[in-house]
Design a protein around this ligand. Structure first.
Ligand code: ZN
Ligand code: ZN
Length: 283
């Protein structure tokens, strides 16, 4: 199985790989640019070569990139929606150059314009991005959300609605965030509840669409609709919930990525990964 964490690209993308190694990651998630700015510094070939060499040297792979938090391709505001689409496209292009297979993004929010029109805009803009990037090898992965505010994607049906309307089926997928689905009201702690939730996921979306799992405990209680990550086993999900995920045979090939708080020494990542790995049966 592949366990890892989101690692910072501060100082250059190659540094994220080294951080991943320090944190005992098999694989990592990165931002491919600064996550709170629209503008992106151009990636030089030298930088990319150094990064690819470090992947080669360490054996730490990059499972996915997470898109900027500014992007809202569900926006009813044309200027912001189009700016977001351009930015998402630029990120897909950067992921292609960095040989990252998946770009995870939050579907966005409808900002009071209604869920269906919002989801239609998300699908339309994904279609345009996927049509406009030449020789694309990156899958756009819609992330399940907690349902805060007017955020879209807090039910499996909503994710399926958008997926259905994205034409390039080879370059689209889903990222399941444990904290988000728990906060959105999907029970995952009791093994029977977990089974039921994953059956619903499979029936509505399809487990074959699942490319990435964000493995975060939740600071807030079940159904809170709040997105607050906590260390593994220290939140409202607890170790029992994570035991279900790491022992689900259907998820053996899906990378598990932590997005939990940490200091520069990455000790928290080491601890959280140790906990996750220890939950795998037979260990
Ligand atoms: Zn996430
Ligand atoms: Zn979150």
């Amino acid at each position: 199985m592949q366990f890892g964490a989101h690692e910072s690209i501060s100082g250059g993308v190659f540094n994220a790989i080294t951080r991943g190694q320090t944190a005992t990651c098999d694989t990592i998630q990165i931002f491919n640019k600064s996550n709170n700015q629209w503008r992106a510094k151009k990636l030089t070939q030298e930088e990319i070569d150094k990064y690819l060499a470090r992947i080669e040297d360490t054996g730490v792979t990059v499972a996915c990139s997470h898109s900027s938090y500014l992007i809202n391709i569900g926006s009813p505001d044309d200027a912001l929606g189009e700016k977001s689409r351009n930015s998402l496209q630029e990120e897909v292009e950067r992921c292609n150059r960095l040989e990252i297979p998946n770009l995870v993004f939050h579907p966005g929010s409808h900002v009071g314009s209604g869920e269906e029109p919002g989801m239609d805009r998300v699908a339309d803009r994904c279609n345009r991005v996927l049509a406009d990037v030449k020789d694309n090898t990156v899958a756009l992965c819609l992330e399940t959300t907690a349902g805060q505010g007017s955020n879209l994607g807090y039910t499996f049906e909503q994710i399926a609605y958008m997926l259905d309307r994205i034409e390039d089926k080879d370059h689209v997928g889903v990222c399941l965030d444990t904290c988000h689905i728990f906060a959105a009201g999907y029970p995952i702690i009791d093994p029977k509840d977990y089974k039921k939730t994953m059956k619903t996921f499979n029936d509505v979306i399809g487990i074959d669409k699942l490319k990435i799992i964000h493995v975060n405990d939740s600071k807030t209680e079940f159904g809170s609709k709040k997105d607050r990550h906590e260390h593994i086993g220290e939140g409202h999900i607890g170790l029992d919930g994570f035991r279900n995920f790491v022992n689900d045979r259907r998820l053996k090939k899906v990378p598990f990525i932590l997005e939990t708080p940490k200091e520069d020494d990455l000790e928290e990542d080491v601890e959280n990964l140790k906990k996750l790995r220890s939950l795998v049966n037979g260990k």
